[in-house]
Structure formats: structure tokens, C-alpha cells
Ligand binder design. Structure first.
Ligand SMILES: [Zn+2]
Length: 463
């Protein structure tokens, strides 16, 4: 449905523009016209004259406009367990943190979601996601609280309704009290889809089915979770091939590596995206490419947990859809996606196989925008600046000390310091102006998240 002639228009002019369209079209100085919640036009020079119903004109001099950033993997609740187990690998870190995580309640989940969302929105994220898989008994409506926080912040949102049903007594990693039953997890996931999933073009909330990982869920939960997602027409998300320990676990328990195990449970396909995918051999990458299974690349978290370097250049070459994720902030305390553009480029160049040919700045920007939209199943709606798409865009300020002398604006954004956001729009609605959130009080969120982190630590210490 095109915007009608009467839709209010926002005109942005005089900025550099990286559209991230299929041809990587860029303008050294161009314009964007937003009509209602859609992009009406993008092009070089000034906007067409005599546009009707212009409610706002933005002078973008000194700025770069890009599509809004799309985060494809996160765990919001971890915002209140940052800075713990800082010298651990994945399995030791999980075992250290599960007992604390299993004490979260609705107020903590809401507050942590606000913190995670505020940090990302302030840094240019217009589509967020949360993979939430900790649902302690009697903890209230955690999914509802998280969705409410995203809706209040004004960002587009995918809640990946996670679950765990393989605890220590079944050879899994989480403690017995931290998991749901198979039936309970499936029923609650279906309820969440029915209550909140919106399949429309301009949806603000979508739900995915997201059992946590091979070492915390049963084979049956993976199989029935995939059937549920396909029956409901929603996407599937999980963690995969994150560490050598996970690979060993899969071989010991299932007699095969993670990718073969996922394929045997119905978990490869163009409606699936997986976080990490660090330990992939050539045939694993070929299987992802053949099935168009997506990847959420999380370079900072992979480095923090010493997991390794995902083979992103090989995945892209093979045609695997790849987006970027911050991962939970218990393994990436910064929680900002724009810094992941830089880290994706730098970390992949450290892989001795690829070196300087690994990724360039434009590929990094594409991972964080169009690539993310693709793995979330929303590439026709967001992820690039093109007429007819939703008006999710960011105006990055590049004319101050940090960036003014960098020759190329895309290199400035990707390789330079984290650039401030002068304006971000989600569906044509402003969410950030001049570096500040418009719909949330950052200082109040800082206080409430500190209080909730302390309350959780006290409860966990008493348990
Ligand atoms: Zn994760």
C-alpha cells in the first residue's frame, strides 16, 4: 500500500546517503523523503520542490544517512547481570550464571529490557530482538513485560520465545529448577504467538520459536518447536555451533556435529536463523547455503567468551544470509550494535585465512542492516533505503572531532569511534534526537536497572 498524497512528509537533505540497496547505491549529497511510515523517495541533490504536506525539514549537512540497524541476537535480561564471570569460556560462564538468571521476575525482565533497548536505540538500532529463554516458575508474564518495554521505546521488535527443558538430570547444562517441561514450553510459546505475533508489512511486534541450544533443550523440543513454528507461520531461532565444547557435546550425545543434528530435527531452512555458527566446516556452510539458513554473527561476544572466529567471508561467498547480533550483555557488556560493525570487520580480518580480504566497510554495514532484515524475514520491508520500504533510518553525525577528517563517511561510521545519532526514525516516527531518547528517560533507566541488578544479586545470594 503506497503512502497517500495526504500523508505527512519529512524531508531530509544535504547528507551523504548509503542506501544499502542491491547495487550499494550511495550519494555524496542527497535527499530522503518520508511520507507517513514509508520512504517515498531517495536520490541525489535536493528533494523535489512543491511537495505537499511537509511537516518537517531536516538539514543533514555533515551527516551520513543509513538504514536503521537491525539486531538479530540478544538476551535482554542479561542487562542486570553484566560484569560477572568475566574470565570464563561459554560453558563455565553459563554454569556460573544460570543460578542467578533463574531468579529473575517480571519487574527485573522489564527493567533489563528497558536498559537493553535504550542502549541499542540510542546507538541507531531501529529493529531489536530478544531471545528470552529463562522462565522461572511463578515469575509472571515475562514475555508481555519485554514486549511492553519495546513498544514504549518505539522500536520494531522480534521476541524469540525461548525455552529450556534439558537440565542437569538429563545431561544438560542448566540446573533442574531453571527449566520448563516440554509440554509447558510448547504451550506457552504457542500462547505468546497467538497473543502478540503480527504478520503485517509494518508489524512492530513479531514472535519466533526459539528453544535455547542443543545442550539445554531436548531433541523433542527442537522437533516439536519446528512443527509449531511452521504450523503458525513464524520463524525459528536458536544458538548453534558456538564453541568447541558444544561440538564435543553433540558428538557425545547425538553421534554427530551440531549442523547435522539441527538438520535431523528440522532446524535448517530459510525460516531459521542461528546465533554464532563459529565452528562450521565446509559441509556445514554448504548446508546453510543450500537451505538458506541464516546466521546472527556476534563478534564481540565470541571474543569475550573465547569462542573463536565465525567464517563470515566464507558464508557470504556461499550465499548464507548473515546479520549481526550483540548477544546478551552478560557476554558483551557494551550492548551496542554500531560498534559490532567495526568488530565484525576487525575480528574477521584477524582470521589468518582471509586477512585484509575478509570484509570491507560496506559489507560490514550491510551485515548490520539488510543482512539483519533478511535473517529476521523482513528484507522486503526494512534494511535498505528504497521507495516503498518502511521509514526506519538513522542520521549519523560525522562532522565533529571524532569523524570530521575521515575521508569516507561509510568508513567513518564503521571504522571510526561510535558515531552519535542526530535522528533516528522508526516507521517515520522519531525515536532519537540529538543523541537522546525521545520516549524514555535514560537516567531513570540507569537507576532502575542498577536497583534491579542489586535486588537480583541479593536474591541469588540467599538461595
Ligand atoms: Zn546468545
Amino acid at each position: 500500500m503506497a503512502a497517500s498524497a495526504a500523508a505527512p512528509r519529512i524531508v531530509i537533505e544535504n547528507c551523504s546517503i548509503a542506501t544499502v540497496d542491491a547495487d550499494d547505491t550511495e550519494y555524496a549529497s542527497g535527499h530522503i523523503v518520508v511520507a507517513g511510515n514509508r520512504i517515498e523517495s531517495v536520490g541525489p541533490g535536493r528533494a523535489p520542490e512543491n511537495l505537499e504536506n511537509v511537516v518537517r525539514r531536516v538539514d543533514g549537512t555533515g551527516h551520513l544517512a543509513t538504514p536503521g540497524l537491525v539486531n538479530t541476537h540478544h538476551h535482554f535480561y542479561q542487562w542486570i547481570t553484566r560484569g560477572l564471570a568475566t574470565d570464563h569460556n561459554l560453558f563455565d560462564w553459563l554454569v556460573a550464571l544460570y543460578p542467578t538468571w533463574a531468579r529473575i521476575d517480571e519487574q527485573m525482565a522489564y527493567s533489563a529490557a528497558q536498559g537493553s533497548l535504550a542502549m541499542m536505540a540510542r546507538g541507531g538500532v531501529t529493529t531489536a530482538m530478544d531471545h528470552h529463554y529463562v522462565f522461572p516458575k511463578g515469575s509472571g508474564d515475562l514475555s508481555g513485560a519485554i514486549i511492553r518495554a519495546a513498544s514504549e521505546m518505539g522500536v520494531r521488535f522480534t521476541l524469540a520465545r525461548g525455552s529450556m527443558d534439558r537440565s542437569e538430570k538429563d545431561g544438560g547444562l542448566p540446573p533442574d529448577f531453571a527449566v520448563e517441561t516440554l509440554e509447558g514450553a510448547l504451550a506457552a510459546t504457542e500462547e505468546t504467538i497467538d497473543a502478540h505475533h503480527d504478520a503485517s508489512f509494518d508489524a512492530m511486534t513479531q514472535i519466533a520459536v526459539a528453544p535455547c541450544s542443543p545442550f539445554s533443550v531436548s531433541t523433542e523440543l527442537l522437533k516439536q518447536g519446528a512443527e509449531l513454528a511452521r504450523r503458525k507461520g513464524v520463524r525459528l531461532h536458536t544458538h548453534g555451533s558456538e564453541t568447541v565444547e558444544e561440538e564435543k557435546f553433540c558428538h557425545e550425545l547425538f553421534g554427530m556435529g551440531p549442523t547435522d543434528y539441527f538438520e535431523s530435527t528440522g532446524w535448517l531452512g530459510e525460516d531459521v536463523w542461528m546465533a554464532h555458527c563459529v565452528h562450521m566446516n565446509d559441509s556445514d556452510i554448504e548446508a546453510f547455503a543450500r537451505t538458506k539458513t541464516g546466521v546472527a554473527h556476534c563478534p564481540s561476544s565470541n571474543a569475550r567468551l573465547a569462542a573463536g572466529i565465525a567464517r563470515v567471508p566464507d558464508m557470504l561467498k556461499a550465499g548464507v544470509p548473515v546479520g549481526l547480533g550483540v548477544d546478551g550483555t552478560a557476554s558483551n557488556e557494551s550492548g551496542e550494535l554500531h560498534t559490532e560493525l567495526r568488530n565484525a570487520l576487525l575480528v574477521n580480518r584477524l582470521n589468518p585465512v582471509h586477512r585484509e580480504a575478509a570484509l570491507n566497510a560496506r559489507q560490514a554495514l550491510r551485515l548490520g542492516t539488510y543482512g539483519g532484515a533478511r535473517v529476521l524475514g523482513r528484507a522486503s520491508q526494512i534494511g535498505s533505503l528504497e521507495p516503498g520500504k518502511l521509514a526506519d533510518l538513522v542520521l549519523w553525525k560525522l562532522d565533529t572531532l571524532a569523524h570530521a577528517s575521515i575521508a569516507d563517511p561509510v568508513a567513518a561510521l564503521v571504522l571510526g569511534a561510535a558515531a552519535p545519532v542526530t535522528l533516528s526514525l522508526v516507521g517515520g516516527e522519531p525515536v532519537v534526537e540529538n543523541g537522546r531518547l525521545l520516549r524514555a528517560d535514560e537516567d531513570a533507566i540507569a537507576r532502575s536497572t542498577r536497583d534491579e541488578a542489586q535486588r537480583l544479586a541479593r536474591i541469588a545470594a540467599q538461595a
